[in-house]
Design a binder for this molecule. Structure first.
Ligand code: HEM
Ligand SMILES: *[C@@H]1O[C@H](CO)[C@@H](O)[C@H](O)[C@H]1NC(C)=O
Ligand SMILES: *[C@@H]1O[C@H](CO)[C@@H](O)[C@H](O)[C@H]1NC(C)=O
Length: 514
């Protein structure tokens, strides 16, 4: 009996030691930090889905107004939350080669096929993919896609018109998600998805599932963070996602006889890359024995292709629809700004035969300012993450950030700090007028910055402005009975932020005297 109790005590003690072994990390280095609890570190409220990660980091940021950085623990991993835009600049850009990993997953080698993509990949795999994917996002490719944006935007107007006629509340979050889902279906996969008209289309179903974090998902993620080695093989996403994307990809490729079709969509691009065979870049992870950089190689297979398609799909629709719907919400509550958008859109379109096109969108400067201001108040990604890969001495300080330490850039917090933006709680598009932009470049990060910034920034930007212009050109927006002046952030959100219960608004058809 005593023996069993004795063994139990030893086991508990060892478990305790294991769960707290890193917890003197910040104390030893003289960094101000939040006291952790075993295994959970400081992240218990997030694991329990009481608060979103972005809000958690925002609270921490606000608690230490005079620090350049604050220590904490993500599960058992020492993590540094950076408050100072100058240091953020070093991490994201100047000293990028100390911080090239995003570290959403706790282990270095990504196994799950849909996650072997540009967003989740680390090290050499990331570098190979980034180099290969960059040509897909040039201005000329973007212009070539634009007619597809316009035809999707027209379908959006049609759906909105039906809603306006019934006078019912419209969840603009859902409305914009259907628009961006269809757009990414057509430019990504070459498939007319029809999420706009069909709530149950396969693309819409996948889209909803990817960004719904169930209790089981949350539990699995927590287990992976706490015990990375034990739960290495646990997948993040349900098999339905990977299976569907694989099936759609294969059927589209077969229709094209496994050769690029000239449609310039992502499937074409990937088939094109596959034909080129093995690709190789200078390694960022390894050096040869003589000190020269080693080479890293990759051959595209079906799984790598599925991973990229998954990412373009997920990254392409969710971020833009979140940003545009939040902007619409603000405009509904700011009739004066909305009036200026209406005027500008009418004026610009009248110069282009009343048709949306690439050039027309680039002239809608006030609309763009509104969009930037919407993303300031509620950025689609509320924080950025990096992992230190090579020990880094912080300039003008004694602190050395050790290898493996997680870095958090609290975007939502920075963008809503009065130190960087006066009256941060107010929607003031004019602050983004070129004459007025005085904030630190690294205090405004809706797309990130540096070599790992958003590769789809311009595509996301143009798609968003086109959606906004299409909607605003035909409709006015007003708060409806369920609109909240200050919408509530969804506590279950992880990488991307979302709003609890959507963004209901009233759409009113505009009477234009053209
Ligand atoms: C309004 C729309 C969008 C927003 C706000 C947005 C935001 C972001 C942010 C904040 C990051 C992380 C940057 C960092 O860590 O420094 C990111 C990365 C990324 N985004 Fe976007 N994004 C948008 C649209 C898109 C679109 C349309 C695509 C592609 C179809 C895309 C593909 C990616 C990829 C591949 C990465 C990872 C890049 C890398 O690690 O090298 N995004 N995005
Ligand atoms: C949008 O407005 C334009 C110009 O007033 C009009 O021609 C078009 O039919 C409208 N679209 C929809 C779907 O109501
Ligand atoms: C700059 O900002 C101020 C205050 O928000 C505003 O009154 C002014 O119109 C802005 N300037 C421009 C050119 O938009």
């Amino acid at each position: 009996m005593f023996l069993i109790l004795g063994i139990a005590a030893v086991v508990l003690f060892l478990l305790y030691i294991y769960g707290t072994s890193n917890f003197d990390h910040w104390e030893k280095r003289g960094v101000i930090y939040e006291k952790p609890i075993p295994y959970f570190g400081n992240f218990m409220p997030v694991y329990l889905q009481q608060i979103s990660s972005a809000e958690f980091f925002q609270n921490l940021y606000r608690k230490y107004p005079n620090e350049k950085y604050v220590g904490m623990f993500l599960a058992t991993k020492p993590t540094l939350v950076i408050r100072d835009p100058e240091l953020i600049k070093n991490i994201l850009s100047t000293d990028f080669y100390h911080f090239y990993s995003r570290a959403i997953l706790p282990h270095r080698t990504v196994i799950e096929p849909v996650l072997r993509n540009l967003f989740f990949a680390e090290g050499d795999l990331w570098r190979l993919l980034r180099q290969r994917m960059t040509p897909a996002f040039t201005t000329s490719k973007l212009k070539a896609m634009f007619p597809l944006i316009v035809s999707t935007a027209e379908k959006l107007q049609g759906l909105a018109a039906d809603a306006a006629r019934t006078g019912a509340e419209v969840d603009v979050r859902d409305l914009m998600a259907r628009f961006t889902t269809d757009f990414i279906g057509i430019v990504g996969f070459g498939v007319e998805g029809d999420a706009i008209n069909d709530e149950n289309s396969i693309f819409r179903q996948m889209g909803k599932r990817i960004f719904t974090i169930t209790k089981t998902d949350a539990l699995r993620n927590m287990a992976k963070m706490m015990f990375p080695n034990l739960f290495k093989d646990l997948k993040f996403f349900v098999p339905m996602i990977e299976d569907n994307i694989m099936a759609i990809m294969k059927s589209v490729m077969k229709d094209r006889n496994f050769k690029p079709s000239g449609r310039n969509d992502f499937i074409d691009l990937l088939m094109d890359l596959k034909q080129k065979g093995k690709i190789s870049v200078e390694s960022i992870e390894h050096r040869n024995e003589d000190g020269t950089a080693a080479r890293a190689e990759l051959e595209l297979d079906d799984f790598i292709m599925v991973g990229q398609l998954f990412l373009f799909f997920a990254a392409g629709f969710e971020t833009s629809s979140s940003a545009t719907s939040f902007t619409l919400h603000q405009l509904a509550f700011h009739p004066e700004a909305q009036r200026r958008c209406h005027e500008e859109i009418d004026e610009v379109l009248s110069l282009y035969d009343n048709k949306l096109c690439y050039d027309a969108i680039t002239e809608m400067k006030y609309l763009e300012m509104c969009f930037k201001e919407g993303m300031r108040i509620f950025p689609s990604l509320g924080f950025l993450k990096r992992r230190c890969e090579k020990a880094y001495k912080v300039p003008d300080s004694d602190l050395v950030i050790e290898k493996d330490v997680n870095i958090i850039i609290p975007v939502q917090a920075l963008q809503n700090d009065e130190k960087h933006f006066e009256e941060p709680e107010n929607f003031i598009p004019e602050r983004f007028h070129p004459d007025n932009v005085t904030f630190h470049k690294y205090a405004y990060l809706p797309f990130g910055l540096g070599p790992r910034a958003c590769i789809g920034e311009r595509l996301g930007h143009m798609q968003s402005l086109a959606g906004l212009a299409a909607l605003l050109s035909n409709f006015s927006l007003e708060p409806s009975k369920n609109s909240l002046r200050h919408p509530i952030s969804n506590p279950t959100a992880t990488v991307t932020q979302s709003i609890l219960n959507g963004l209901p608004l009233k759409l009113v058809e505009r009477k234009k005297n053209l």
